[in-house]
Design a protein around this ligand. Structure first.
Ligand SMILES: Nc1ncnc2c1ncn2[C@@H]1O[C@H](COP(=O)(O)OP(=O)(O)OP(=O)(O)O)[C@@H](O)[C@H]1O
Length: 502
């Protein structure tokens, strides 16, 4: 809770530097509303009281595990605590029952040692160091003890580490709810192996993250009377379709395209593929390889994981046939046709890609060409066919590639769900929500707008539960407390949602 402070000469404080960073120092002079601070780096700063925050003189050098124990809960205090812990490889910190994870961008082996799940089993939150396993354990125990379904919300901006945290949560829940000694395709193994499959088709390299999820995911684990996983359902939201045909430096298209181009030679030959640099949907950006990633191995691993989640070999071939077809579609270029404002494939190369795409999609080549170069307008009683110019034909081609890819993704999610199976008699559920993180680029598309709006909605849900409802409860119970300031984004939501409603 925030404590009342007075600014006196000699006390240590945080002050916001004009460059937006927080610096610490000692108050050396108080002149009305101007406070002079000598920072530890030797810089003299004059600031107003509203920009100055008190520092806890008893703050331990390695920080505190739970930030509710901070003498002053303010932005510089929170950031300083997270930094102190991060410096000693402690990337997890609690704020009450909320776990904050700071992305280390490197493996920290001691955090995920083989005995770690065993250690967290049945331990109350806070007894051991903060960890996603503790959060998952707490949700699991609450479900068992109170007989109530639980949900875990994973939130943060793009690249913050949500997907990695989600995987750890699911790993722990699979450990707790798994059947010991079960082999083959158990529900929990299928749930865990759904991750590499969905990442292959729904993740891509972005400016912020080499493995950015370009879809939202809600995993619902179903448990029986005895607390064992009896079924699961994966729901996906809003796959970013535009990426299929449009990639800008230094990003990449979805991983599956690159891994297929690096598949064993007989596979690549059978789909008439080759170097990713020769495909329009991949070569709009100069990024092809990801550091430390062997695409051939990824291809084989993805196929293995597909097998575990119940996608058989024929279905796997069909999936990759569609992926290959999309690459060929992207290489069909159009030129002016014989009639006014009409179009046709540009040359033999384009005709080759058109024919290959038709073969792979198992459709008639002429019908495929017509679907790009012509538009059928249905009027009452008759259908009028209109020719399209080369630009419009290319747009139709891209539209087809996007819709086919998004249907393929939905099909994969459905197939995984069918294969894992639902338990209609399940007693309780634990849901884990992992959505794409907040993004802000120089130019933001409509998809970024939707992603960010979703994040604002989640932030409001968080505000509701963590601040508004808690504080209302304190007021109702007449508990002596001091109000915690927080940025309420309800206005932003009202603005956007009311406009959408209108
Ligand atoms: N706990 C961790 N330990 C080691 N590396 C991590 C950890 N968390 C994240 N990373 C690294 O950071 C990268 C980005 O993390 P992640 O994909 O989980 O971010 P995200 O928040 O899900 O991003 P997006 O919203 O873009 O999908 C990971 O690919 C991994 O390299």
């Amino acid at each position: 809770m925030a404590a009342k402070v007075s600014y006196v000469v000699g006390s240590n404080v945080w002050v916001q530097d004009p460059e937006e960073a927080w610096i610490d120092g000692e108050i050396v002079e108080v002149n009305g509303k101007d406070i002079k601070i000598n920072s530890t780096s030797g810089k003299m700063v004059v600031a107003k009281p509203s920009n100055i925050y008190p520092m806890d003189p008893e703050f331990p050098p390695s920080g505190v595990e739970d930030m509710t124990r901070l003498a002053y809960l303010h932005e510089p205090g929170v950031l300083h605590n997270l930094k102190c812990r991060y410096d000693i490889d402690e990337i997890y910190t609690y704020t009450g029952s909320i776990l904050i994870a700071v992305n280390p961008f490197q493996r920290i082996p001691h955090l995920y040692a083989s005995d770690m799940m065993q250690r967290y089993k049945g331990m109350a939150l806070g007894e051991l160091s903060p960890h996603p396993f503790a959060i998952a354990d707490s949700a699991y125990r609450m479900m068992i003890n109170e007989g109530a379904s639980q949900s875990i919300l994973v939130s943060g901006e793009s690249g913050a580490g949500k997907t990695e945290s989600t995987k750890l949560l699911m790993q722990y829940l699979a450990y707790m709810g798994g059947r010991s000694g079960s082999e083959g395709r158990s529900v929990e193994q299928q749930v865990l192996q759904s991750n590499p499959v969905l990442e292959a088709f729904g993740n891509a390299k972005t400016v912020r993250n080499n493995n950015s999820s370009r879809f939202g995911k809600f995993v619902e684990l179903q448990f029986d009377q005895r607390g064992r996983i009896s079924g699961a359902a994966i729901r996906s939201y809003l796959l970013e379709k535009s990426r299929v045909c449009q990639v800008s430096d230094p990003e990449r298209n979805y991983h599956c395209f690159y891994m297929l181009c690096a598949a064993p030679k007989e596979v690549v030959d059978s789909y008439k593929l080759g170097n990713p640099r020769s495909f329009h949907y991949l070569n709009q950006s100069n990024f092809y390889e990801l550091e430390g990633l062997d695409e051939t191995k990824e291809y084989l691993e993805t196929r293995r994981a597909m097998g575990v989640v119940g996608i058989n070999s024929n279905e796997q071939d069909a999936i990759f046939r569609v992926v290959a077809a999309i690459l060929h579609l992207g290489n069909i270029e159009f030129t002016k046709g014989d009639e006014v404002d009409s179009s046709q494939p540009k040359d033999d190369q384009s005709r080759f890609h058109l024919k290959t795409a038709a073969e792979l999609l198992m459709c008639d080549v002429k019908s495929l060409e017509d679907s790009f170069c012509k538009r059928v307008i249905a009027t009452r009683g008759e259908a009028i066919t209109k020719c399209l110019d080369p630009n419009s034909a290319a747009l139709s081609r891209d539209a087809l590639a996007k819709i086919v890819y998004s249907k393929l993704f939905d099909w994969i999610v459905n197939k995984i769900n069918e294969s894992i199976g639902q338990d209609p008699d399940s007693k309780n559920l634990i849901g884990v929500l992992d959505i794409y993180g907040f993004e802000s680029f120089k130019t933001n598309s409509f998809e970024q707008f939707c992603i960010n709006l979703t994040n604002e909605k989640l932030q409001q849900h968080f505000n509701q539960h963590v601040f508004k409802m808690e504080q209302e409860e304190y007021t109702k119970e007449e508990i002596d407390w001091s109000y915690i300031e927080f940025v309420d984004n309800q206005d932003i939501l009202d603005l956007v949602e009311k406009v959408i409603e209108a």
